[in-house]
Design a protein around this ligand. Structure first.
Ligand SMILES: [Zn+2]
Length: 399
């Protein structure tokens, strides 16, 4: 038995992939509501392994047919560069190449996709069944040390920037690092936030250290987002998820926390394993560096990672873990401040069984309905809240 949850979802899940039966209330609401997912890693995946995402791409969690089936309207394409690519001086090049890849999707299928640059264009662009593609840049590394690049990326369509990724960078400290560099934002990072406010790019605090989130909230004049973070309440000590205190602070400024679906974000065991991995990796790197300095043989990092994965299998999680996150988020920061940023195509398929691709938002809607959420509140979570913040950031920039 693949599905073992007892919430009455199993019938829906069994029938949803084919849409064979009459649409359920959840499917109808998913189709009718504006669904905004703020984190889908399709562009970097395309560069690694190209597919035509305008037709069914079985190996991918985002493609046009799945997006239509799930009722997705605004897919934030993650323009992601790694700290390693930054160190090699390639971040700007790779970010622009990924934006080109998104534009190529639209060029190939103008009837199916459009780049969304303003929430005001959404109704016009989605007419006829288009899925709109917005751009979110994950890691501010492509800016380099040049504030002018922020306006350049805005001109290319970037509408949020996650200031850092898994390492400290020129802008900010990262949640993942053991050793922080700045104690929050760097002095340059404060200028970056102000410039993003000025040109109308949402500031994304996901991936940042707690001190950096506090600094962002001190500097910004407009609401901010966490594009793909879950509630740390369920994963104690996992700084990558947002604390109650900081989630409340984001909400108090009018912002929104877009909850992520990945197993490591919603499963306490997986989150603890990931933290233990970072510590073990730091030990491994130190030991290897010492061995190299002493002229002794070093160990292969690939082998180390393989052994780790074998010893720490990823737990199976179900949709209830995400629904619990939403319940807790709504209870803690309010219905107007919770949304979703799945991280589809970004977590190696480590996702809840019933939330495995952009076709599966109706399962989430069904789960929320089963927990007693009103349709109007579900619409806020699905996308209304995020669009409110985007509109506010755009309006403030226009002044
Ligand atoms: Zn991420």
């Amino acid at each position: 038995m693949r599905f073992s949850i007892a919430t009455g979802l199993s019938l829906l899940i069994a029938t949803s992939p084919s849409f064979a039966a009459a649409p359920t209330a959840a499917q109808k609401l998913a189709q009718d509501a504006t669904i905004v997912d703020t984190h889908i890693d399709a562009p970097s995946e395309l560069l690694k392994h190209w597919d035509d995402l305008g037709v069914a791409a079985p190996g991918k969690e985002f493609d046009y047919p799945k997006a239509r089936q799930g009722g997705l309207d605004v897919a934030f394409m993650s323009i992601y560069t790694s700290p390693e690519e930054d160190a090699e001086g390639k971040a700007w090049q790779i970010a622009n190449t990924q934006i080109d890849a998104v534009e190529a999707m639209v060029g190939r299928h103008p009837d199916k996709f459009a780049v969304l640059r303003s929430p005001g264009d959404l109704e016009r662009l989605r007419a006829g069944g288009r899925v709109t593609l917005a751009l979110g840049m994950e890691n501010g590394a492509p800016i380099g040390d040049d504030l002018a690049k922020i306006a350049q990326f805005h001109a290319r369509g970037v509408r949020y920037i996650t200031l850092a990724h898994s390492a400290n960078n020129r802008i900010s400290d990262s949640s993942y690092t053991v050793q922080k560099q700045w104690g929050g934002l760097s002095p340059f990072g404060e200028k970056v936030v102000a410039e993003m406010n000025r040109v109308g790019i949402m500031v994304d605090v996901s991936h940042l250290s707690d001190d950096a989130v506090r600094d962002v909230l001190r500097v910004t004049d407009v609401p901010v987002i966490a594009s793909h973070s879950s509630m740390r309440h369920f994963t104690p000590g996992f700084e990558r998820n947002i604390s109650d205190e900081l989630a409340r602070a984001v909400a108090a400024e009018g912002g929104v926390v877009q909850l992520a679906f990945g197993t490591a974000f919603v499963s306490p065991k997986a989150a603890a394993d990931l933290q233990a991995f970072f510590a073990a990796e730091a030990d491994f790197d130190r030991a290897n560096a010492a061995a190299a300095a002493a002229g002794q043989p070093t160990r292969s990092k690939d082998d180390f990672e393989k052994e780790w994965k074998t010893a720490h299998p990823v737990p199976v999680v179900h949709i209830d873990a995400v629904l619990d996150q939403i319940d807790y988020g709504v209870k803690t920061i309010g219905i107007d401040h919770v949304g979703m940023g799945s991280d589809f195509d970004g977590v190696s398929g480590n996702l809840p069984v019933e939330l495995h691709s952009v076709a599966d938002y109706p399962n989430l809607v069904a789960g929320l309905q089963a927990r007693g959420y009103k349709d109007a509140d579900i619409r806020k979570i699905l996308g209304g809240n995020l669009l409110r913040v985007w509109n506010a950031v755009e309006a403030a920039a226009a002044h």
